[in-house]
Design a binder for this molecule. Structure first.
Ligand code: 5GP
Length: 178
């Protein structure tokens, strides 16, 4: 399927303001406890890099990344997920937060939560910039959520379509090319 950019769904300033609020909420919840932030590659990279710079400077944070490959089409995840880059950090006994770009069906996140839980972190929470809850197939707990969005495929601010448009500073819908 060939697609073009559609409308701007979330403007740059709105994203910045919300990221700042999320960082404030995370800072208030954790205080001076340490936190391992786990970015899910590649989509969450832009969000995570903005988020950590808004966290209180006094907060002891560590960063790590996971990369997963989801078997599916470019706009539909199949729920079958394979880890292609595992963590470097040992998370046992640590406070851990998975940072996601978007939760759609919830299948990817529920898989990630289940494998990370086996490593016995002290706390395991989730922060997702976007939530497309209308499409949820499995129940997942999102502690910190940026925006609830409608059932539309979106790109920009780290999110791609076939590797394109991650660099856009705003979040756009897609439209089918005629
Ligand atoms: P889920 O397993 O929750 O259905 O999907 C999770 C993954 O599918 C996300 O991390 C993201 O990579 C991809 N995804 C789901 N919805 C969208 C979307 O609207 N835009 C983009 N670019 N990726 C999406």
């Amino acid at each position: 399927m060939e697609c073009d950019l559609g409308e701007v769904l979330i403007r740059r300033k709105t994203i910045q303001d919300r990221v700042r609020e999320l960082a404030f909420d995370i800072g208030s919840a954790y205080g001076d406890r340490d936190l391992v932030l786990i970015g899910v590659l590649k989509g969450a990279v832009v969000f995570l890099s903005d988020l950590i710079r808004e966290l209180p400077v006094s907060m002891a944070t560590e960063l790590d990344f996971l990369a997963v490959a989801s078997y599916g089409t470019s706009t539909e995840s199949s729920g079958v997920v394979r880890i292609i880059k595992d963590l470097d950090v040992d998370i046992s006994g640590r406070n851990v937060m998975i940072v996601e770009d978007i939760v759609d069906t919830g299948l990817t996140l529920s898989y990630l939560v289940s494998i990370l839980r086996e490593r016995e972190p002290a706390v395991l929470e989730v922060c997702s910039l976007l939530d497309k809850s209308a499409r949820r197939k499995v129940n997942v707990d999102i502690t910190f959520r940026g925006f609830e969005i409608p059932d539309e495929f979106v790109v920009g601010y780290g999110l791609d379509f076939s590797g394109k448009w991650r660099n856009l500073p705003e979040i756009y819908t897609l439209k089918r090319k005629d």
